[in-house]
Ligand binder design. Structure first.
Ligand SMILES: [Zn+2]
Length: 478
C-alpha cells in the first residue's frame, strides 16, 4: 500500500532538510565536525517532527540478520542534523552498515553525574498488506505521523537528538555531561549496537544515568516510567525416541509424539506467582481502593482477576511470574520415517532473582516422567534488571511529568527487553522514558508497537520534547 488519501492528509511539508543522502561518515570512532549550513527551524517541535519523519524514511528494518538494519542511513540523517551546528560526534560501525552515533556535551563539573539519552535507530519488519498507509512514507495524517518505528522508538530518538542539539546550541551551562547515543540493533538484541559499544568503546558511551524507551503511557490517572525489565532464559528441550519405518507405527517410540505430549505439559504447568517488585504500584494505579485491587494483590486470587485487566491481562500475567512459552517445535525429516529426535524451544522470561538452575528445575518438574530422557540446552538470554526509584533522576522525572502533564508517575516493570538493561548491568541507573498524550493508555501502547499502522500524534512529540527539556535542565542544570 502506498500514498495517502488526499482528503485526510494535512499536507505537512516534506522533511527534505535532513532526508537526502548525507555526507560520508567519519569512520570508526573518528570524531569530526561538519561545517554544513543546515537551516535551523525556529520550533524545536517542528524540528523533532521533521527529524522523526526523516528517520522513518531511512527504513532501517532489522530482521535479526547481521546485514539487515543498515542503520548507517539513519546515522547520516543525524550527522546532517547535529553537524549543522558544529556538534562533535563519533560514528561507530560494528559491522558493515551497522552504525551508531555518539555525541557528548561536557559538563562544567567533572564530579557531577552524567546523563545519556539512548535511542535506537532500527525498526522491526512490516507486513505492508496490513497497513492503511505506506509504512515508510512518514505521512502526517490527521495530526499523526505514520510509519514503522514512529512509536518504537523513533519519536524518542528524534526528541533526544533535538533536545541534545538545542542544549549544545543554546550554550546554557550544564554541570554534568549530556550524552546522545543513537544505536543500531536494539530490535535484534543489541549485539551490533549498544552491546558492541559498551564492550569496545565503553568510555565513549559511559554515563551514570540513562533515559531510553519506553514510558509515558497512562495507567489509571498516572503516567508510566519503566524502572525494571524481566530477564530472558531461552531453553531447548530435546527428547529422544527410536527411529523406524512409519508403515508400522504400533509400539514405536515416536519423538514427534513425545514432544507433542511434552509441549502440552510445559505449557500447562503453573509457574509460581510473585506479587513483589513494581506490582503493588501498578495495582494501586490501575485499580486503587477497589475490590479488584484487593484480589490483584492476593496470590491465590490474582489469576482469576486478570481477565478484569482487559487488554493488560497478558501484561499482568507476565509481570507476576516467570513465563514459559513454547515457540518452536522440531521433529522428523521424511513422512515415512518415525522420528528419533524432537525438540521444543521455549521463550522463558524470568523475574528478578530467578536463577538458571531454577528454570531448569521448573522444566524438569513440568516434564514429569519425560524428564528422564530429556536434554535441556540453555539458549541465548539475559538477566533481569532494575533501577531504584529513590534516585535524583527519578525525582526530576516526577517533577517534569507533573509540570507538563499534571500527573504522578508510576514505576513499572517491562515484560520485554530494551537497552536499559545493558547500562544497568554496568551500574548505571536507567529508566524507560517517553511522554504520550492523553489518548495513550498502556493498553493502546502495547497494541500498537510492532503492529500494523504504527503512528504517533504530534501532541505526544510536543509533550516529549517539552518534558525532556525540563528533565535535562532539571537534572544537569547549574
Ligand atoms: Zn524499541
Amino acid at each position: 500500500m502506498s500514498g495517502t488519501t488526499g482528503a485526510s492528509c494535512t499536507c505537512w511539508p516534506s522533511p527534505t532538510i535532513w532526508a537526502e543522502a548525507g555526507p560520508p561518515s567519519p569512520g570508526n570512532g573518528r570524531f569530526a565536525t561538519f561545517p554544513y549550513d543546515v537551516t535551523v527551524t525556529t520550533s524545536l517541535h517542528d524540528d523533532t517532527v521533521d527529524l522523526l519523519r526523516s528517520l522513518i524514511r531511512t527504513e532501517c528494518v532489522n530482521d535479526g540478520t547481521p546485514d539487515s538494519g543498515q542503520e548507517i542511513q539513519a546515522v547520516r540523517v543525524l550527522e546532517r542534523y547535529l553537524g549543522g551546528v558544529g556538534i562533535e560526534y563519533g560514528v561507530y560501525e560494528s559491522h558493515p552498515g551497522r552504525a551508531s552515533l555518539v555525541a557528548r556535551l561536557h559538563g562544567t563539573d567533572p564530579d557531577a553525574p552524567s546523563l545519556a539519552l539512548v535511542g535506537h535507530l532500527d525498526v522491526v519488519p512490516v507486513e505492508p498488506a496490513g497497513w492503511a498507509h505506506d509504512p515508510f512514507a512518514a505521512d502526517v495524517i490527521d495530526g499523526e505521523v505514520w510509519g514503522r518505528g514512529a512509536v518504537d522508538m523513533l519519536y524518542l530518538t528524534a526528541s533526544f537528538a533535538t533536545v541534545f542539539r538545542e542544549a549544545a546550541r543554546s550554550g546554557v551551562p550544564l554541570r554534568g555531561d549530556l550524552v546522545f547515543v543513537a544505536v543500531a540493533d536494539e530490535e535484534g538484541g543489541s549485539r551490533y549496537g549498544l552491546d558492541w559499544l559498551l564492550r569496545n568503546v565503553p568510555e565513549v558511551v559511559a554515563a551514570d544515568y540513562v533515559l531510553t524507551e519506553a514510558g509515558g503511557m497512562r495507567i489509571g490517572e498516572k503516567v508510566v516510567v519503566a524502572v525494571a525489565e524481566k530477564g530472558s532464559a531461552g531453553r531447548r528441550v530435546t527428547l529422544r525416541g527410536t527411529p523406524g519405518h512409519a508403515s508400522a507405527p504400533h509400539g514405536t517410540r515416536n519423538a514427534a509424539v513425545l514432544i507433542a505430549e511434552a509441549v502440552r505439559r510445559l505449557n500447562d504447568f503453573p509457574s509460581p506467582v510473585t506479587l513483589g517488585g513494581q506490582w503493588p504500584a501498578f495495582v494501586e494505579a490501575y485499580a486503587g481502593g477497589s475490590p479488584l485491587a484487593e484480589r490483584l494483590g492476593d496470590p491465590e486470587r490474582v489469576d482469576a482477576a486478570l481477565t478484569e485487566l482487559g487488554a493488560l491481562a497478558g501484561y499482568g500475567h507476565a509481570v507476576t511470574r516467570t513465563t514459559y512459552a513454547p515457540t518452536v517445535l522440531r521433529s522428523g525429516t521424511a513422512h515415512n520415517v518415525i522420528p528419533g529426535l524432537g525438540s521444543i524451544d521455549l521463550d522463558v522470561r524470568t523475574l528478578p532473582g530467578v536463577t538458571d538452575d531454577e528454570v531448569d528445575a521448573h522444566l524438569r518438574a513440568a516434564l514429569g516422567d519425560l524428564a528422564e530422557d530429556a536434554e535441556i540446552t540453555r539458549l541465548h538470554g539475559w538477566l533481569p534488571s532494575a533501577s531504584p526509584t529513590d534516585s535524583p533522576l527519578y525525582t526530576v522525572l516526577g517533577e517534569a511529568l507533573g509540570e507538563t502533564l499534571g500527573r504522578e508517575v508510576v514505576p513499572i516493570v517491562a515484560a520485554g527487553g530494551s537497552d536499559a538493561r545493558l547500562y544497568r548491568y554496568r551500574g548505571a541507573v536507567a529508566y524507560g522514558f517517553g511522554v504520550l498524550s492523553d489518548a495513550w493508555s498502556y493498553e493502546r501502547y502495547r497494541s500498537v508497537i510492532h503492529s500494523h499502522n504504527e503512528r504517533i500524534d504530534l501532541e505526544s512529540v510536543r509533550l516529549t520534547v517539552d518534558t525532556l527539556t525540563r528533565v535535562v535542565h532539571g537534572f544537569l542544570g547549574e
